[in-house]
Design a protein around this ligand. Structure first.
Ligand code: SF4
Length: 75
């Protein structure tokens, strides 16, 4: 499994993550920020545990994010 950690309030809505990993990221039409699908929020950090098969695409999304608000950890 991997953990995805996302500081959503700093997202600038550039769309990169949703293009790279559409199974896990989706733009929110209301506030123009990305949603981490299936995640839960705690003190501004949105987290989700997902299968290791999603590592590569989410790692790509994380490294493409211009404001570096996505972090991927192997657990
Ligand atoms: S790549 Fe980063 S800034 Fe761009 S939409 Fe995704 S989380 Fe937001």
């Amino acid at each position: 499994m991997i953990t995805i950690i996302y500081r959503r309030n700093k997202c600038i809505g550039c769309n990169y993550c949703t293009e790279i990993a559409p199974q896990r990221w989706q733009m929110n039409q209301k506030d123009g920020k990305s949603n981490l699908i299936g995640s839960k929020e705690k003190k501004g950090f949105w987290t989700n545990k997902v299968p290791e098969t999603e590592f590569e695409m989410n790692q790509k999304a994380a490294s493409s994010c211009p404001v570096k608000v996505i972090e991927i950890r192997k657990i």
